[in-house]
Every structure is written in C-alpha cells, then in structure tokens.
Write a protein that binds this ligand. Sequence first.
Ligand SMILES: [Zn+2]
Length: 197
Amino acid sequence: MKHILTFLTFCGFETMLLIAFATCTAAAQETTPSYAIASPPVCQNNKGEPVRFENQMSPKAKSAAGMARRDDKGMPVIYRFAYAKSPQSLQQFIDRHECAHHQTGDIDRPHPPRNSPDHMMNESIADCIAILRMRDETTDSQTQIQNVTIELRQAMAAVGFPASTIDSRISNINNCAQKATTASDFIKAILDHRAAN
Ligand SMILES: [Zn+2]
C-alpha cells in the first residue's frame, strides 16, 4: 500500500503534462502489491558467527530474492532484495535458504560452477534446511509449506525458469518436508559428511 501511495504522490507532480499522466496511470496499474517485511530469523554460521540481515531496494526485481556472502569486512551477511514484492512465506523461506548457505559453510568454500551438479546439490540442501526450519518453527506448517511452494512456483515462472526446473525444485522441497529429522540434525549430517570427504 505504501508503495502505491508513494507512486501516486509522485504522479501528482506530473498532472500538468497529459502524456506523463497517461504513462503514470498505465504504470500504476502494473504496480506490484506491497507486503510487510518479515522479521529475520536467528542465523549463525558453521563457525558460530552471527549472520546479519540487510534490506536492499531493488526497483527492477519482480519478486523477493536473497544473497548470502561475507561483506567487505569479512562479516557474514544476507542481503534481502525487494522483499516487499513477495508474501511473507516466501520471504521467510528465502531468509532460511540463504542462512543455510552460511550454516553449511558454503560461503567459505570455493563456489562450484553455476548449474554444475555440485552447485545444484548445494541449492537442494539449502532448500531442504529452509523447509525443515519452516516446518518446525510454525504451528500451521502445512499451510506454510503449501504457500512456499505456490509462491516459489509463481516467482520462478515469472522470471522464466523452465517448468521442469521448477517441478524438480518443488518436489525436493516437498520430499524434505517429510523427512524425520530436524534442520539442525540435517545440518550436522552435512557438516560431518563434508569433514569426512
Ligand atoms: Zn542458494
């Protein structure tokens, strides 16, 4: 709502110019809904360092997106892009997915080539940890999981991911949600496996 109000105020200055006004009206109809931004979850990396969350404006983004990394000073951080453009279930899932990259130590390991099997494996693991956390942290977990899959499907389709990629990601998430393990035990198993290899 705030987003729309800001936009209309901005358009108000331009009513003198008919053409500009017409452009504004057309754009206003395409204005994406604005959602409240969820509080970030607790997040600590595999070395016990606290991870900071930082909201970033991203005017061109179609939906919320996240990025996990170390900042210029070497502090672990998660950047939250355009969170107001997606519902809270998806925001919460992205937060936990990015946090998982810190929890598993992906951030401090060499980044595997994009779309390589190792890269896809890291992404599947991060999705798995994120959905296990959402399942165990909420009282209405079935609704939350369903919302995540619906919103993720929409967000991925909007940026042009092929249906097969979307389907396999969603099916991994649904399978993970059935696992008889907690997120922290799952993370521990990943860290033990990596330490042994
Ligand atoms: Zn990821």
